[in-house]
Design a protein around this ligand. Structure first.
Ligand SMILES: Nc1ncnc2c1ncn2[C@@H]1O[C@H](COP(=O)(O)OP(=O)(O)OP(=O)(O)O)[C@@H](O)[C@H]1O
Ligand SMILES: [Mg+2]
Length: 251
């Protein structure tokens, strides 16, 4: 089982959009579990899953609720979800109070590790115990960057959190919400992949096609396959899979 966390310290940069699209792409070949770690539940909503965690997140962290009991199916038969829960607002505190809190997320995933090939973690923005836990569990951290002076700062912040882990994850950053009418965005597309080893040349444009996900409730490759955004997200999964060396396995 390979774990891919989608994370940035910055909010609203396309993390959830990326998590859902990556999970859907991965599910073409693998059994995938997406864990919505953000109490706002945007990924849960985008996949049309009811946001309700039986027993609450506290009980899951404490090991009183079995992981298998909180997993929900989606319209995609190879993609399941651990939905967000209002109790996630307390997740930082709950994790902090738990024994060996740094390993909690991986311990919660352990019992289902043979049922899934890939786990995608949709992380809340900003530094938190949850984010640190997710980043330290991950084999790969995918970082959407919106072209702006602050985005490189956020890449630096992610890099330093990742580096604290005993076995630091690989990183894959890409430009998200790019508007090529803006010269600053065109400059970022040209320069950032050259200047930073983690930044790939994959570019997800800013487009209404992506905004439609909220009503389509599927991946963009499903409802708008011949668009630049769909091509970019499917390429992003190809790169991610090669970085984590997920073994191909058809079911
Ligand atoms: N490429 C894009 N083009 C246009 N709109 C986009 C694009 N990517 C994301 N959006 C829209 O921007 C908003 C924020 O995206 P998203 O929820 O994926 O970001 P996020 O980083 O997960 O935010 P948060 O930090 O709040 O969790 C959403 O309304 C989404 O539909
Ligand atoms: Mg989000």
């Amino acid at each position: 089982m390979k774990v891919v966390a989608v994370y940035s310290t910055k909010g609203g940069v396309g993390k959830t959009t990326t998590a859902v699209n990556l999970a859907w792409e991965a599910a073409r070949d693998f059994r995938v579990l997406l864990w919505d770690l953000d109490p706002q539940g945007a990924a849960t909503y985008l996949l049309d899953v009811k946001p309700k965690l039986k027993g609450g997140v506290e009980s899951l962290v404490a090991g009183r609720t079995a992981t298998a009991n909180v997993i929900r199916p989606t319209a995609n038969r190879r993609l399941d979800v651990i939905p967000a829960d209002a109790g996630y607002r307390e997740l930082d505190l709950v994790l902090d109070a738990a024994k060996k809190s740094g390993e909690r997320i991986s311990r919660i995933l352990e019992p289902v590790s043979r049922q899934y090939d890939v786990v995608i973690l949709d992380c809340p923005p900003a530094e938190s115990v949850v984010a640190r836990n997710a980043l330290h569990t991950a084999d790969l951290v995918v970082v959407p960057l919106v072209p702006s002076p602050l985005s490189m700062r956020s890449l630096d912040q992610v890099r330093s959190i990742v580096a604290e882990a005993d076995e630091p994850a690989r990183m894959l950053a890409f430009l998200s919400m790019v508007d090529r009418r803006k010269s600053t965005h065109r400059d970022a597309v040209r320069d950032l992949p050259r200047e930073h080893a983690e930044v790939s040349n994959i570019v997800v444009p800013s487009t209404v096609v992506i905004e439609r996900m909220g009503s389509e409730r599927r991946a963009v490759t499903e409802y708008a396959p011949n668009t630049e955004a769909a091509g970019a997200y499917s390429e992003l999964w190809v790169r991610a899979a090669s970085l984590v060396k997920a073994k191909h396995r058809k079911h």
